[in-house]
Design a protein around this ligand. Structure first.
Ligand SMILES: Cc1ncc(COP(=O)(O)O)c(C=O)c1O
Length: 395
């Protein structure tokens, strides 16, 4: 039998390390998984109730919406964006409802890239971005960040990465996987560079609700109207509203880019699922209290996991995360590489973590741990790591 021919880009692509570990954990009886950033919370009851009501009463609920999303949701998004950033945007011309930030990013990369165009990603950074750039025909360029400088942006290294093929820089702030909150001055300098060299900043924002310390506030670059022509802001409901399975997000973007993006978005999926859009509208109506409470719980889990890591310095050294819900410790115990180490932890301790090498070359010899899981699971994972460490003392 002939083998099916597939595109070389796809055949040469590794599956995402995050999903690979999540699948392995799911197939390992009784494993505790810190591998995947799925919050332990249920989607809030008012969101589910609004969807139930729409399913019962709205004859349009099973139909497509217009490609850029239902009018009420886009209006609510524009209002939320104004509340969060102080910037007024036009819901018809600058807001596009997406099926989450993965789809938003994939759409924008297709809008921007021609074969061989380059996109700069932080190293370490979110692994799926590299795959998405390659699928869109582009070339990822790694912007190496230094753990000794707590993974902050390295503005001195950036100009050497920019050339006439550079079309965008992708940023996740607070960072996945490091939990670093990037400095305002660095972000403003990046925006100035973007204007000078005519590239865009694609701000992938799942985690801005999760900022753990007052001393490190988050600066959202899309709150500066001066750089509005340079920034595409992508928000996802997945994390802030425990809606990972609903597949919903939105983009706020310059009008001329929205026109192009809607063409790609329509060609890919027509519209975000209408039931999820109804859920998103209910989410935006929840008000601040819900988000503040989730952020408080996640910050407490940050303290919990850091306390457990502090007691495990024979295995790990780490930078304390300032935001998001990941910690990215360096493996201090003897090991070959991060993948071998993560597979060993799963097989021998029953704990799944994500190998750091999947987040870029600078991530090698690290693992990512997600602390959006329950307090009990954090403790269960670390009790097991502790027992494993005692069994392997002197490794
Ligand atoms: C940086 C980043 N972007 C995008 C996503 C996925 O977002 P969505 O569920 O909206 O596709 C994640 C999920 O972990 C993420 O960490």
């Amino acid at each position: 039998m002939n083998r099916c021919r597939v595109a070389a880009t796809v055949a040469g692509m590794e599956p995402s390390v995050i999903k690979d570990m999540a699948v392995r954990a799911a197939h390992t009886p009784d494993a505790v998984s810190l591998a995947w950033g799925v919050p332990s919370f249920a989607t809030p009851a008012p969101i589910r109730a609004a969807v139930s009501e729409a399913l019962d009463q709205d004859p349009d609920i099973g139909r497509y919406s217009l490609p850029d999303g239902i009018v009420e949701l886009r209006a609510a998004i524009a209002a939320r964006h104004h509340e969060a950033t102080g910037v007024l945007v036009d819901p018809d011309r600058q807001v596009l409802v997406t099926a989450g930030n993965m789809q938003a990013m994939s759409t924008m990369l297709k809008v921007l890239l021609e074969a061989g165009d380059e996109v700069i990603v932080t190293d370490p950074g979110f692994c799926s971005h590299v795959q998405q750039i390659e699928l869109a025909g582009g070339v990822p360029r790694y912007w190496r960040l230094d753990e000794a400088r707590h993974w902050q942006l390295d503005m001195d290294a950036l100009p050497a990465l920019v050339n006439r093929r550079t079309r965008a820089v992708i940023l996740v702030n607070p960072s996945n996987p490091t939990g670093r909150i990037f400095a305002r001055d660095d972000l403003l300098a990046l925006a100035a560079l973007a204007r000078r060299h005519d590239f865009l900043i694609l701000l992938d924002d799942p985690y801005s609700d999760f900022v753990h310390d007052r001393s490190t506030p988050l600066f959202n670059l899309s709150s500066e109207p001066e750089w509005g022509d340079r920034v595409v802001y992508m928000f996802t409901f997945s994390k802030a509203y425990a809606m990972t399975g609903w597949r919903l997000g939105y983009m706020v973007l310059p009008e001329e880019l929205k026109r192009e993006a809607v063409k790609v978005h329509d060609a890919e999926l027509i519209c975000a699922p209408r039931v999820s859009q109804v859920a998103g509208l209910a989410a935006l109506r929840l008000g601040q209290a819900h988000r503040q409470e989730c952020a408080r719980v996640i910050a407490a889990r940050r303290d919990q996991i850091c306390a457990r890591l502090d007691a495990m310095h024979e295995l790990f050294a780490y930078c304390r995360p300032q935001g998001a819900y990941y910690v990215f410790p360096r493996i201090v115990a003897s090991h070959h590489d991060s993948r071998e180490f993560a597979l060993r932890l799963l097989a021998e301790a029953g704990v799944a973590v994500t190998p750091g090498a999947g987040f870029g070359p600078a991530g090698e010899h690290h693992v990512r741990m997600a602390f959006c899981v329950s307090e009990q699971d954090i403790d269960r994972a670390f009790d097991r790591l502790d027992a494993w460490r005692r069994r392997h003392r002197g490794m």
